[in-house]
Design a protein around this ligand. Structure first.
Ligand SMILES: *Cc1c(COP(=O)(O)O)cnc(C)c1O
Length: 354
C-alpha cells in the first residue's frame, strides 16, 4: 500500500441501528417516535417557498435559538443548536476536552462517546456501571479532563437522581460536565434547573426522539453564555451553515406546539408502562426505564436467539454483541398495536422454546 497511508486519520466508525427499507416491519430498534411530529411541521413543509433556498441559511439559526430560549426559560446566549445532538456532542468534545487527563463516561453507554474521543485524540476512561447497571456516583469524584453522562442512560434507560448528578458537577468544577438528555422528556428530571448554579454544566437535548424528528436532524445544548460562545466559535471555524433553512423553520414549529407535545409524550409513556407490566409477566428482567425504550433480559432465553426470531417475524429490536450486555435486547416503545404484536409473539415463542 502507498506510503500516504501512514498519514491517514484512521477511525473505527460508530455503527447505527439498521434502517431496513421495507414497509411491512415493526421497527423498534432505533428509539424513533411512533407518532408524527407536531401538525405545524407538515404545514411548514407544504407551504415552503423554494425561492428562499437561493439564499444561505441564517448561520446563527436565530429563530430556533429564540424559540428554544423562550420555551425553556433561558437566555438566547445560553442556547447552541446543531445538526442532531450528535453534531452538538461532537462539537462539545472538540471544544471542551483538550486536556491531558482522561475524560470519564460509563462503560455501558451511548456508543458514540468513545468514537468521538478516538477521532479527536481525546484520552478517556470508561467507569463500569455496578452489577445493577447503575452509575456509581462516587467513581466520578476524581481528577479528569471532563465528564459525559447520559441521563437517562442508554441503552439501560435508567435515570440518575439529579441530586447525584449535582454532586458530580460540584466535585468537578474545573472541567466541563456534559449531561446528554436525549430521553429526558419521557419522564426524567432535567438538569436545566442547575444551569444557574454550575458554570461547568452543558445540557444536551434532541428533537430526534421526543419530538419525532429524527429525520430532520436537530439537536441543541444549554450552558452559561461564555461556554456557548466557545462552542459557537468552534462551530463557525468548522462550517458556518450547519443548519438549513427548512430545518430551522420546522424546528420552530415543533417547539411551539406544547399541547401536542405533552399529549404525544403521555401516549408513549402509557404504552411503556403497559409494556413493562407485560414483559414482567413473561419473566423478563429490566431496570425501571424513564426513556422510550426498555433494556430487557430473559433468564431462560438467550437474547441473541430472541433477536433473530423477532427479526424473522419482521420485528426489529436492537441487540449489542458487547461484553456485559450481550444477553439483553433494547426494545423501543412503538404504538400500542405494535407492542401488542411484539408481546403476542414473545409469549408464543417463550411458550414453545423455554
Ligand atoms: C439518539 C441519541 C443521541 C443522538 O441523537 P440525534 O439524532 O443525533 O439528535 C445522542 N445521545 C443519545 C444517548 C442518544 O440515544
Amino acid at each position: 500500500m502507498g506510503a500516504w497511508e501512514k498519514n491517514v486519520r484512521k477511525v473505527v466508525p460508530y455503527t447505527p441501528g439498521e434502517q431496513p427499507d421495507c414497509t411491512n416491519i415493526i421497527k423498534l430498534n432505533t428509539n424513533e417516535n411512533p407518532y408524527p411530529p407536531a401538525p405545524g411541521v407538515a404545514d411548514v413543509l407544504r407551504k415552503f417557498d423554494a425561492q428562499v433556498l437561493r439564499r444561505y441559511p441564517d448561520p446563527a439559526a436565530e429563530a430556533l435559538v429564540c424559540a428554544l430560549a423562550d420555551h425553556y426559560g433561558v437566555k438566547k446566549g445560553q442556547v447552541f443548536v446543531g445538526v442532531g445532538s450528535d453534531d452538538v456532542l461532537a462539537m462539545s468534545f472538540l471544544t471542551f476536552f483538550n486536556g491531558k487527563k482522561p475524560i470519564l463516561f460509563p462503560d455501558i453507554t451511548y456508543s458514540f462517546y468513545d468514537v468521538w474521543a478516538d477521532l479527536f485524540r481525546i484520552p478517556y476512561q470508561c467507569l463500569p456501571l455496578d452489577e445493577e447497571f447503575e452509575i456509581r456516583t462516587e467513581d466520578y469524584f476524581r481528577e479528569c479532563g471532563g465528564i459525559v453522562i447520559p441521563n437517562p442512560n442508554a441503552p439501560t434507560g435508567a435515570e440518575k437522581d439529579l441530586s447525584e448528578l449535582e454532586q458530580i458537577m460540584a466535585h468537578n468544577s474545573d472541567v466541563i460536565v456534559i449531561i446528554d438528555e436525549a430521553y429526558i422528556d419521557f419522564g426524567g428530571e432535567s438538569a436545566v434547573s442547575l444551569l444557574s448554579k454550575y458554570d461547568n454544566l452543558l445540557v444536551v437535548q434532541t428533537f430526534s426522539k421526543s419530538r419525532s424528528l429524527a429525520g430532520m436532524r436537530i439537536g441543541y445544548a444549554f450552558g452559561n453564555e461564555k461556554l456557548i460562545k466557545y462552542l459557537n466559535d468552534v462551530k463557525y471555524s468548522f462550517n458556518s451553515y450547519t443548519m438549513d433553512t427548512v430545518t430551522i423553520a420546522v424546528g420552530v414549529e415543533a417547539v411551539k406546539d406544547d399541547i401536542y407535545f405533552q399529549k404525544m409524550l403521555k401516549k408513549v409513556v402509557d404504552t411503556r408502562e403497559w409494556t413493562k407490566k407485560e414483559l414482567r409477566r413473561l419473566g423478563f428482567l429490566f431496570q425501571d426505564s424513564k426513556s422510550n425504550f426498555i433494556f430487557a433480559t430473559h433468564p431462560k432465553c438467550p437474547a441473541k436467539a430472541l433477536f433473530e426470531a423477532l427479526k424473522k417475524e419482521g420485528i426489529f429490536v436492537r441487540y449489542f454483541d458487547k461484553p456485559r450486555i450481550d444477553n439483553y435486547l433494547r426494545i423501543s416503545i412503538g404504538t400500542d398495536q405494535e407492542m401488542k404484536t411484539l408481546l403476542a409473539f414473545l409469549e408464543q415463542y417463550l411458550g414453545e422454546n423455554v
